[in-house]
Structures are given as C-alpha cells and as structure tokens.
Design a binder for this molecule. Sequence first.
Ligand SMILES: NC(=O)c1ccc[n+]([C@@H]2O[C@H](COP(=O)([O-])OP(=O)(O)OC[C@H]3O[C@@H](n4cnc5c(N)ncnc54)[C@H](O)[C@@H]3O)[C@@H](O)[C@H]2O)c1
Length: 360
Amino acid sequence: MEGHGRFTKIGKSYSLGVIGLGEGKGLIKGLYGHPELKVLAVCDVNEALINKVKSDYDVPHGYTDLALLIAREDIDIVAIYTPDQLHLEHIQACFRAGKHVICTKPLVNSLGEARKLMQLTADYPETKLMVGQSSRFFGPMQEQRRAVEADKLGPISFMETQYVHDMRWFYGNRPWAMEGGFDLLFACCSHPVDLIKWYMGEVEEVFAYASQSLVAEQANFQGDDTFVINLKFASGRIGRVLGFYGLEQPHQNRPWIEVAAYGTKGTFIAKYPQLEAIVKYEGEHERIESYFEDIYHYFQFEGVNHHAGEFVNYAEYFTKCLTYGTVAMPDAADGFTTIATLEAIRESIRQGLPVKVERI
Ligand SMILES: NC(=O)c1ccc[n+]([C@@H]2O[C@H](COP(=O)([O-])OP(=O)(O)OC[C@H]3O[C@@H](n4cnc5c(N)ncnc54)[C@H](O)[C@@H]3O)[C@@H](O)[C@H]2O)c1
C-alpha cells in the first residue's frame, strides 16, 4: 500500500541522522518532503542498504560508522533503529557528540543498562532523549489520550493493554533475535507496558507467567513468546498486560495493539492496526470511531507491518518540544520505569512469584 503523509508545523528546522535502516526506513520515508525536518545522513553496517535508501529518499550522506555521522556539526538529532542490544552504546555515542536522540523501543535491554542511561542523562543535561514508543502516536491512541485528559472517562479504575502479533516473519529473519541478550519480553511487551503506565503511572509490583508457543518452537526460536502479566500500581489500582506472538494473525477485526481504559464515566478501547476505537460515555450511545482516512498517513509502504505516520508524529512532537523547551514524553526517566517494570516481569517469570519494581 503506497500512501502519503501529512505534516504539521514545527516552527524551526532540524536535520536528522538515522542509524539502522530496517525500521529506520519508516522514519525516512515518512519525513520525505517534510518542510522542516530533513534526514541529512544515514548509517548502517550494510552498504548496499545505505545506497538504496540514499537514492530512494534523496538522503545526501551515508556512513557505515556512526562516529562519522555524529562528527557532522549539521546533525541535530539522531534516530536510533539498531538491534535492541546496541541501543545503549549508540545513545552514549550520540550524547557524547551532543546530539539529541530519538531511540526506538525497547530503550535499552536490561535494568543495569537503564541505570547507566540515567547516569548519562545526568551527565549531559542539555542533550534530550525521547523513547520512540510508536504505539502512543497512532490516531486512536492519541484520541484516547485527549479523552482522558479532558476527563471524559472520569478516573480510570482498570486498564488492559495487549500486543498480539504473529512474529514468524521476525523469528526467521533477524539473526540478532537469535543472539544472546535478546528478549522478546523487552522487544515487544515494551509497547503494552509503556501504554498501561502512561495512564496508570508507576508500577509497584508485577506477577507474570510466560511460555513458549508451539509456533515459536516450530520456528526454532529460543525463548518465551507468550506473556500474561498482572500489575499493581503505586495508586493501589491493578491492570493486565497480554503479550502473545505465536499465532495465525487475524487482521480484520482483532487488534494487534489494544488499549482498554475503563473509567467511572466512560470506556475507551483504542485499536491498531484497525485505527478504530470503541467509545461509550455515560448517558451516550456506544459508538465505533473510525480513523480510516489516516490509513494513508500511517501505512505508507509495505502494508501495516511497517511504520511511518506514527514515527513522523513522534519526530514532530519531539522537535516541537525541543523548539518550545518542553519535555518530550516518554523521556529517559519514563523509559527507565518501563525497563524497570520489564525487568521485574522477567524476574517474576523466573521466580514464579510477585516482584517489586525498582524505583528511579
Ligand atoms: N514499532 C516500533 O517502533 C518498532 C517496530 C519494529 C522494530 N523496532 C525496533 O527497531 C530496531 C531495529 O529492528 P528492525 O526490525 O529494523 O531490525 P533490522 O535487523 O531489520 O534492522 C536493523 C539494522 O541495523 C543495522 N545495524 C546493525 N548493527 C549496526 C551497527 N553497529 N551500526 C549501524 N547499523 C547497524 C543492520 O544492518 C540493519 O539494517 C529494534 O530495536 C526493534 O525493536 C521498533
């Protein structure tokens, strides 16, 4: 599906570098033609990919070494889409070179790395980081957020978030997912864990089960890919996260990412990739809101599997925050709490017991 994006005004121009040209292509394609945000340079260890991206999207510079990209004075921001295990190393290099960073999820790969990241952000207070939690930036999720902030749901009593996606394409095609240090819990449950925290706040304790699906076993994937996670928040409320990656995917009706918020005055269930929401406010009829026209913004190439519109949305949001001096969320501290929650989930699975989440 070839689509077309839409851009909003930032108020200032920025030059970006992008490292990692798998998912990174989504941002480059999405920003192509943006009047204020220009991808000036790309980096990947695969030179053929660099040349293709340069020619497809008129990117002037390409490097196989990040050091050369960040040595450029004309790059303001680096967007990182390298394998999960490399994020910390690449964030550190960018911060030391004075570049602001958008880092895709998972921000880092362990609590130990998250602690190092917090030290880094303390050492470089002028350099800003936003976690590219793309699922916050889909139309239905943004609409849901506006509804909560406008108090249309009332206080939220309970939330469920899920990310359910057939990952066979990934199991067989990403050598780094077969390597040590990779954990599908961090790679994928970072989406629903971030989404539930966005509303329910700090997580105090988790209790989780995990197993390996039969699909993962057939694909010779090492590790669990089925996660049922219960969470208790500092507020005393509870919530539930489902992560399941070994299934035959129903595309039409069943969402991959679903965010269900149950408030005292309303319920709002946001869905991706359907770009739809089920909304029921007190005293009103239930309705389904469709954001179908957005399909051309979000899914600009290779169907719904690739990301573009939501990456553009977060790049615009981050640069507006830089321009106006506000904090772009999720920032490093918010990212830390997601990683700390994921680490507690990993530990709960290992121990078979509830585990407290480390505070910042
Ligand atoms: N919704 C989302 O935001 C979303 C979706 C998918 C993937 N991701 C994340 O994006 C990252 C990349 O995933 P992917 O599916 O694109 O993987 P991928 O393997 O397709 O792409 C990674 C790219 O990084 C390059 N690379 C590896 N080491 C490098 C190095 N040292 N320097 C420069 N380039 C290097 C590889 O050559 C490859 O082109 C992961 O962290 C993943 O979790 C995010």
